[in-house]
Structure formats: structure tokens, C-alpha cells
Design a protein around this ligand. Structure first.
Ligand code: ASP
Length: 341
């Protein structure tokens, strides 16, 4: 393990210019000017990933590890009352219950997750406790809540007045229709980065100064979903997958499609077989599109990946997906993903 870490560190530090997908952003000069953060990088899904990355960078730039960084990072949108697709203030299910999904994964395959968890504002912290303090990987529903309360997390009402008002408005038609993000950037108005979405996720991947990878993923899932519905985000291999020997991947969009294709695992396996992060994300998206060509015209799925060298890629079905990149050279990068449509 020590040897492998040493190799990874060398390969990250040795990269004088790591090109990122789309050519919009590059890491130049792991010059060591910022002590402790050379070669570290964090990426995450959507506009709200910028603030989340900065919190993660607070850990990475002090020489902290990737696992602590991704946990701290995704807690930002989990706590954001303007964000109606993650954590507290997430839109509820069709019966008015806010139910949250989250997962976390370390470079060595350790992982933990919670699904359909109610009343706990930071599901990512509970996911980490599942990983570190139980013999299990995934706890769901009442059992996940019981575990969280035993661990000392406070039981809270997560439905905010704004989310409740939106739910009551939805009840007038009660029509369940996941809507793909548009290009309109009015996240502040709607709580959804695409402007008219009713679903999104923060998926985050980080590599620390020692070349160690970790990932986290957290969401309130599809607004107005059936009670008990679980998306891709807490399913290891679907919404998140990390293999320290290869890289990591995470997803956003209609979770059912990601689960059907075990999307994040697929992206990592493609990288294992030599594909770049960008190519691997594209191939995983095309797998979904090819299997369901008609349906895919109206739905959004996006993948984001980083390999063990810190190279980044993304691809989505619809335009409008963006991802945030943060490293020693730039802490507020936001890059539009390439897409099929
Ligand atoms: N993947 C999430 C889910 O299906 C939603 C999203 O990211 O848009 O729960």
C-alpha cells in the first residue's frame, strides 16, 4: 500500500500539465507554492459544486485527506436552504416526506450509504458512520434513522416552508414527471441548477496531496417520488464508485437509468481498460441512450469522473450539465459538460 501511494504521489506531483475534459481548465505547475496541496484536486456536479469544492479545498489545502474533504464538501449543499435537491430543504416525496440518499467511498473500497433516510440533515455523515462503525454498507429507512439517532445525530424536521409550498402546488396536478435541466442558470430562484429541474445530486470526487482518492454523493432524489423510492446515489456502483488503483466516478440525473446500467462502476471499469475519464463518461451515457433511445430524449443523466492521475472528464445526455473543478490553480472553476443533445 505504501509503495502504491508513493507511486501515485509521484505521478500526481510529476504532472506538469494535466489536461481536463473540454480543454477549459488545466492544472499547470504542481509547483509546490501552496504547501501541502500540490496535486490535490476536487470536482463535483453542478453549480452548487463550486461552494462545495471550496469547503473540500479547505481540507485538501491543509494536507487533509480526500475522504474528510468530500464529506466536508458535500455538507455545504446539504445545509443550503436554497437548494431543493440535496439535504435539508430538499423537495419531499409525493406524501410530503423529505427522504435522503447518500453514499461515501474510499480508495480501498471501504464504503457506506444510507437510503430513504428521514429527519437527519446530513446523510453523508451517517453514511460515513455506516462505513466506519458497522459491518454493513447500506442502511435504509427506519433502520438508518435509528442508527443515526443512536450515533447522536439530532432528529429534525427537514421540510421547509418553501418546499412545503412547492409540494402543495405540485399536489394540484400530482403529475410525476422528472424534468431535464435547461440551460437557464436561475439556481437562486428555483433551487435547481438547471432552473426547472425537479431533481439533482451533488457527487464529489477528490484526490489529496498523497494521491489518495475518495468520493461522496448525496441527494433528496426525485421530487415527488413514491415513498420508499431509492435512487442511484446511495447504490455503490450506480451513483458512486471509487477504486484507488483506477479512479472514481459519480452521477446525477434520473437514478433509475443509472442503476439499470450500474453507471459509475461502468465508468471506472472503462477507465481501468484505458479509457480517459471523458471517454468513459461518454460511453456510459451512450449505453443508456442506446438501450432507451426514445426515453433518453427527455431525461437527463450526467457522469463525472477523475482518474488516479487527477484527470477529469464528464458527459451528459442533455446540455446544461456543468461540473465544478477546484485545485491549487483555481478554486471556482465551473465547466459545461459535453452532451449527446
Ligand atoms: N440521481 C438522483 C436520483 O435519481 C437525482 C439527480 O441527480 O438528478 O435520485
Amino acid at each position: 500500500m505504501t509503495d502504491r501511494r508513493g507511486f501515485l504521489k509521484a505521478s500526481v506531483l510529476g504532472a506538469s500539465a494535466v489536461a481536463l475534459a473540454g480543454g477549459a481548465h488545466a492544472l499547470t505547475g504542481a509547483s509546490g507554492t501552496n504547501k501541502g496541496n500540490t496535486g490535490a484536486r476536487v470536482i463535483s456536479t453542478w453549480d452548487f459544486g463550486v461552494a462545495a469544492n471550496q469547503a473540500a479545498w479547505g481540507v485538501l489545502s491543509k494536507g487533509g485527506n480526500a475522504l474528510d474533504a468530500v464529506e466536508a464538501g458535500v455538507m455545504i449543499p446539504e445545509a443550503d436552504l436554497k437548494n431543493h435537491s440535496v439535504g435539508r430543504a430538499g423537495y419531499p416525496d409525493r406524501d410530503g416526506h423529505v427522504s435522503l440518499d447518500a453514499s461515501i467511498m474510499d480508495a480501498d473500497g471501504s464504503c457506506g450509504a444510507v437510503a430513504a433516510l428521514e429527519h437527519i440533515a446530513h446523510p453523508i455523515q451517517v453514511a460515513r458512520r455506516v462505513m466506519e462503525r458497522t459491518p454493513h454498507v447500506l442502511l435504509v429507512g427506519d433502520g438508518a434513522l435509528q442508527f443515526a439517532l443512536e450515533q447522536g445525530f439530532p432528529r429534525e424536521e427537514l421540510l421547509t416552508p418553501e418546499s412545503e409550498a412547492a409540494w402543495k402546488e405540485w399536489l394540484k396536478t400530482a403529475h410525476y414527471q422528472p424534468s431535464a435541466n435547461s440551460e437557464v442558470r436561475d439556481y437562486g430562484k428555483t433551487g435547481m441548477p438547471g432552473g426547472k429541474d425537479n431533481h439533482d445530486t451533488i457527487g464529489m470526487l477528490a484526490i489529496d496531496a498523497n494521491g489518495r482518492l475518495a468520493g461522496a454523493c448525496t441527494t433528496s432524489g426525485m421530487a415527488w417520488k413514491m415513498r420508499g423510492r431509492v435512487g442511484d446515489s446511495p447504490i455503490i456502483g450506480a451513483g458512486l464508485y471509487v477504486d484507488g488503483d483506477v479512479g472514481g466516478a459519480t452521477s446525477t440525473g434520473v437514478g433509475e437509468e443509472v442503476i439499470r446500467n450500474v453507471g459509475s462502476f461502468l465508468v471506472v471499469e472503462l477507465m481501468r481498460h484505458g479509457r480517459s475519464p471523458q471517454d468513459a463518461c461518454r460511453e456510459a451515457v451512450m449505453r443508456i441512450v442506446k438501450r432507451r433511445p426514445a426515453a433518453s430524449k427527455d431525461l437527463q443523466v450526467g457522469f463525472l469522473a477523475m482518474n488516479k492521475h487527477g484527470e477529469v472528464g464528464a458527459f451528459a445526455i442533455q446540455s446544461g450539465f456543468s461540473y465544478a473543478v477546484c485545485d491549487a490553480t483555481k478554486q471556482d472553476g465551473l465547466i459545461p459538460s459535453k452532451s449527446v443533445y
